[in-house]
Design a binder for this molecule. Structure first.
Ligand SMILES: [Zn+2]
Ligand SMILES: [Zn+2]
Length: 112
């Protein structure tokens, strides 16, 4: 009986070792899956979100039109180089800090 008890202990020890190996493998696979997920998220969300001018809904960068009112995405917006505000094409000055739109009149800076 004593021998059987020893066998049981040995078997339990081996099983626990296997469980530990499997748990480590599961952690490896989960980490790999997380990396894949973040990588695919990066590729699908490479474009920054844009705000609809009509209804101010914030759309994902990949959608060509507003998800709420179906207005076309305005590609002519410019981002202020000073404060980073997303300005309308029609404004020459930043709506927040009143800096000039450098991208549209950079060729005139010397004359100014
Ligand atoms: Zn909209
Ligand atoms: Zn600004």
């Amino acid at each position: 009986m004593a021998m059987a008890g020893e066998d049981c202990k040995e078997e339990i020890r081996l099983l626990r070792q296997q469980v530990e190996i499997l748990q480590a493998r599961v952690r490896e696979l989960e980490a790999a899956r997380r990396q894949q997920l973040t990588a695919s998220q990066k590729t699908t969300q490479s474009q920054p979100p844009w705000t609809c001018e009509i209804c101010t809904y914030e759309n994902t960068g990949v959608s060509p039109e507003c998800a709420i009112c179906h207005s076309a995405k305005n590609n002519q917006r410019w981002v202020c180089h000073v404060c980073g505000f997303d300005n309308n094409e029609l404004t020459n000055k930043c709506q927040v800090c009143e800096s000039g739109n450098v991208s549209s009149r950079s060729h005139r800076i010397v004359c100014d």
